[in-house]
Write a protein that binds this ligand. Structure first.
Ligand code: AMP
Length: 123
């Protein structure tokens, strides 16, 4: 796994160097609107700690951070009203998943029918 890059865009958001449209914050987590939404509801939930991806976080984050993050994801979904019609959680982890930003983030998609979860190979 690559070392954590402290200059990735979400680290810069956490340091207040660039703005975000915040929707929820807890002791160890921050949630904000995705800059390029793929659904009427598209928000990202990130841990405040320096974790590259879900693998890194699940291996190294404290139990307190992990519990906070899980709760922040559910709370964020309710804050934006995604719980009403249902929603999808997605976290890209590493190369096979096409992860673009190397700081763990959970996408919350909602507000429309989201279709099948993944294209079949060759589609
Ligand atoms: P992923 O492919 O899972 O790494 O997704 C990265 C996500 O971050 C994409 O959906 C981008 O639109 C989003 N993103 C990139 N820069 C920003 C930003 N400054 N504020 C909010 N979302 C961003």
């Amino acid at each position: 796994m690559p070392a954590y890059d402290p200059n990735n865009i979400f680290a810069r958001i956490l340091r207040g160097e660039i703005p975000c449209k915040k929707v929820h914050e807890s002791a160890h987590s921050l949630a904000f609107h995705d800059i390029n939404p793929l659904a009427p509801i598209h928000v990202l939930v990130i841990p405040k700690g320096p974790y590259v991806d879900f693998d890194d976080f699940s291996a190294k984050a404290s139990a307190e951070e992990q519990a906070d993050y899980l709760k922040a994801i559910g709370d964020t979904a309710r804050v934006v009203g995604a719980d009403a019609g249902g929603y999808r959680l997605l976290s890209n982890c590493g190369v096979n998943a096409n992860q673009e930003v190397p700081h763990l983030h959970m996408h919350i998609f909602g507000g429309r029918m989201l279709g099948r979860m993944l294209k079949r190979e060759g589609e």
